[in-house]
Write a protein that binds this ligand. Structure first.
Ligand code: DP6
Length: 451
């Protein structure tokens, strides 16, 4: 929804959007054109539920604003120094061609002409409901949200399906997939101008209702090698990356799309894990090598394989982006046992680990684990877990937080005035706007201690 400051001949237009993160099952890694963010291979991802992780962005535009300004999680940044933001604003402004009619307090209508709108300064105010740069794809939700909010504010219509995803892609490649819900493919395309390098929805979130995920936050620190730089070096130096793009990815994409359509977890899970492993192998094949996974990540890989072995088939599948944090896909009936295996295999000797979920049943499972501190006779699951992992992973606080989530919706507009992060009269950020989580659906966190 676009909201407008009334009673002024120089109105302030506002629009607010929400956008989710996504996690790739077939990874995007490598660009054939770095300025347009055109990839060397297609990729596919699952959009995660915004009840658990989301970006909220308000954009405000007015002739009263002398320049574009940007606030992220409470800090002001200079958009003139940020090429990606520049590209997004340029692409949006190019497409503004509708006049906007607003109403004054006196009931008079004011028409803001499209040519004038293009010259308006823009304020972009944004926050994440999860730690930025923690390897949880904040750039994907961030740019998807910016594009959604700006295109809504300026009434930019797509002239072909997926056009808005080409703008989000120019902010950050993976952002193009966050505009849609469910299972989303980013077609690499072949045109030089990138107009066919778009995201398309392959399956709706309702198509696999039981698909859920547990995110293991191993580190919430900013990564040493960013995706953009890492990709550039892999493209230059890794023969494995070239082989992957030319000979592996297209077959995997076909197989995983069929698996998703048939809710065939075994195939889906196998391909997801293999592709994550191959992506990290290309990082190791890059010269000098890039290490995103750490010892804890590798222990999670081992645990998932042993858990699957104990279950007699693949019922859980890990994947890692450019960081040590794991996302483990698992169908709803298996979430409680997997969570218990994780909690007992990665104990905390200090403050405990946080389990976040919007599902009370899962939080109850976490709470029950907490009451079994060191009571091996009661905690047979702990013994089971010790047996499957060989040993508990005793590094203090090796996994800090578990976030239980599910497949979710794509970017959308916020329809209530209270969600706007910009003040109605000034277009400036509202005080402590980054604490707006309280406006979102309530979810509980449980601290689990099992020392
Ligand atoms: C490993 O989309 O963050 O998460 O286009 O340079 O902004 P830029 O990179 P980005 O890279 C994401 C890489 C990945 C895999 C994926 O999401 O497909």
């Amino acid at each position: 929804m676009t909201s407008v400051t009334k009673g002024s001949s120089a109105p302030i237009l506002r629009s607010t959007s929400y956008a989710p993160t996504n996690i790739a099952c077939i990874k995007y890694w490598g660009k054939r054109d770095a300025s347009l963010n055109l990839p060397i291979n297609s990729s596919v991802s699952i959009t995660l539920d915004m009840d658990d992780l989301r970006t909220v962005t308000t954009v405000a535009a007015s002739s009263l604003f002398e320049q574009d300004r940007l606030w992220l999680n409470g800090n002001e940044e200079n958009p003139a120094e940020n090429k990606r933001v520049q590209r997004v604003l340029r692409e949006i402004r190019k497409r503004v061609n509708e006049d906007i009619v607003v109403e004054s307090d006196a009931g008079e209508t004011i028409t803001v002409r499209a040519d004038d709108l293009k010259t308006f300064g823009v304020h972009i105010i944004s926050y994440n409901t999860f730690p930025t740069a923690a390897g949880l794809a904040s750039s994907a939700s961030g740019y998807a949200c910016m594009v959604h909010a700006l295109s809504t504010l300026f009434k930019v219509q797509e002239t072909y399906e997926g056009e808005l995803t080409t703008i989000a892609r120019q902010g950050s490649g993976s952002a193009c997939r966050s505009l849609y819900s469910g299972f989303v493919k980013w077609d690499m395309g072949s045109k030089e101008d990138g107009t066919d390098s778009i995201a398309v929805q392959v399956a709706k979130k309702e198509d696999w209702k039981d698909m859920e995920a547990i995110i293991c936050v191993v580190s919430d620190k900013k990564k040493d090698v960013g995706s953009t730089g890492g990709m550039a070096s892999s493209v230059k130096t890794s023969p494995l990356l070239k082989h992957r793009a030319e000979c592996i990815v297209s077959q995997r994409l076909k197989e995983i799309e069929t698996a998703y359509a048939n809710q065939d977890f075994e195939t889906f899970g196998r391909i997801t894990m293999q592709d994550s492993n191959q992506f990290h192998a290309t990082c190791l094949d890059t010269f000098p090598p890039i290490f995103y996974m750490n010892d804890v990540s590798r222990a999670i890989v081992q645990l998932v394989h042993k858990y699957n072995e104990a279950c007699g088939k693949i019922v859980a599948a890990y994947t890692f982006d450019a960081g040590p944090n794991a996302v483990i896909f698992v169908e709803k009936p298996n979430v409680p046992t997997l969570l218990r295996a994780l909690l007992s295999s990665f104990p905390s000797n200090t403050d405990g680990r946080i389990v976040s979920s919007s599902d009370d049943a899962i939080l109850n499972v976490a709470e029950a684990e907490s009451s079994k501190i060191n009571d091996d006779s009661e905690n047979t699951f702990l013994n089971w877990s010790k047996n499957i992992l060989g040993a508990r992973y005793l590094n203090t606080d090796s996994v800090k937080r578990f976030i239980h989530t599910r497949v979710g919706d794509g970017a959308s507009s916020a329809n209530d005035a209270i969600s706007h992060l910009a003040d109605e009269a000034t277009g400036m950020p509202k005080e402590k706007y980054w604490l707006g989580q309280s406006l979102l659906k309530k979810k509980r966190d449980v601290v689990v201690k099992l020392g």
